[in-house]
Ligand binder design. Structure first.
Ligand code: HMG
Ligand code: MG
Length: 299
């Protein structure tokens, strides 16, 4: 009983680029987003309104946000915001969807956003109020949902607690992040079972990094649990600067190939995606980490 349709949330322009060491021109980011949209990705996380001292790669977030504001299009563009200041900036640049982020691990939350989990949730309260006043859709990320680079194993109950808190404060989607890609399918199943006791299944999303090569298996497990929103990044780009050992997100190309094989609709043109992945990999001077892209390009 797999879903017949899923929504992909493309996080390449944000998660994918936040960890790159080389400077990426704003025009390259804009072209990436435009190409992704043209390939059928309806939901794209385009940047993060965070401190440039913390994440230098996102320093041009104002320019990126304003480029995609006010467009009449089928696309849903979202922006990661850590605090009220981030939301105010997003609103000022015409953004209609944002994501807040915390974690199920105290040590990671401290390193990533310089707060305890409790403090981070309190910091989100005014964000949620203002978002609600402006009719802004808010997603909440829970990092370290399957393990933490500093604390190791994270119990499913802790993930469920943070997810419930975010849901109760008004996040309408909870994205469960395997930040360092350590999870396996059974852990995914147990974690989701705990989360959906308090959060509706339709309000969950999965966000898997592929560090240990488990992401596609984990996505399959999540699909079997009924999850219908999947995060991924073009060319398997990505990583978190505050998670030692984190590598790229699961590649969008690989996820689309899996979905196509399962007969699950995603509305995405795989050939166009492969072109875009090869293009951005060239821009970054990297190999394309998407296995499907490599296979289709060699063939
Ligand atoms: P702080 O140092 O505790 O806060 O940082 P602060 O209020 O003292 O601010 C520090 C500086 O940032 C100040 O500037 C502020 O003005 C500025 P200074 O006086 O030093 O020049 N500042 C801002 N600038 C722009 N936009 C803002 C903003 N807020 C403050 N919104 C803070 C706290 C949260 C700001 C900081 O820790 C931060 O920006 N962290 C971001 C970390 C980050 O982006 N991590 C990667 C994304 S999360 C991720 O990748 C995981 C995910 O993919 C899911 C998964 O895989 O698990 C989502
Ligand atoms: Mg991530």
């Amino acid at each position: 009983n797999l879903p017949s349709r899923v929504e992909l949330v493309e996080v390449g322009p944000r998660d994918g680029l936040q960890n790159e060491s080389a400077i990426i021109l704003t025009e390259t980011r804009l072209e990436l987003i435009t190409r992704l949209a043209a390939g059928g990705l309806e939901r794209i996380e385009i940047t993060s309104a965070v401190s440039p001292r913390w994440v230098p790669q996102m320093a041009d977030h104002e320019a990126v946000m304003s480029s995609f504001s006010g467009h009449e299009s089928a696309q849903r563009y979202s922006v990661l915001v850590p605090n009220l200041r981030g939301l105010e900036s997003a609103l000022a640049h015409g953004v209609r969807e944002v994501a807040v982020f915390t974690a199920a691990s105290e040590s990671f939350t401290q390193r990533n956003i310089n707060a305890s989990i409790e403090q981070s949730l309190r910091r989100f309260e005014p964000v949620m109020r203002m978002a609600s006043e402006h009719g802004i859709h808010v997603r909440g990320y829970v990092s370290c949902a399957l393990g933490c680079p500093y604390e190791g194993e994270i119990g499913a109950e802790r993930v469920a607690d943070v997810s419930r808190a975010l849901w109760q404060m008004g996040c309408r989607e909870i994205s469960l992040g395997d930040t360092i890609g350590v999870g396996t399918p059974l852990a995914v199943k147990r974690m989701l079972e705990a989360v959906v006791r308090d959060v509706p299944l339709e309000g969950t999303a999965v966000h898997f990094h592929d560090t240990y090569g488990q992401a596609l298996a984990n996505i399959y497990a999540a699909l079997q649990e009924g999850v219908t929103v999947i995060d991924s990044a073009i060319a398997g780009l990505g990583g978190c600067p505050y998670a030692t050992g984190a590598s790229g997100n699961v590649a969008t190309e690989d996820v689309v190939y899996l979905l196509n094989g399962l007969g699950i609709e995603s509305g995405i043109d795989l050939a166009s995606l492969v072109d875009t992945g090869n293009w951005i990999a060239r821009q970054l001077g990297r190999d394309n980490s998407a296995r499907v892209a490599r296979a289709m390009t060699a063939a």
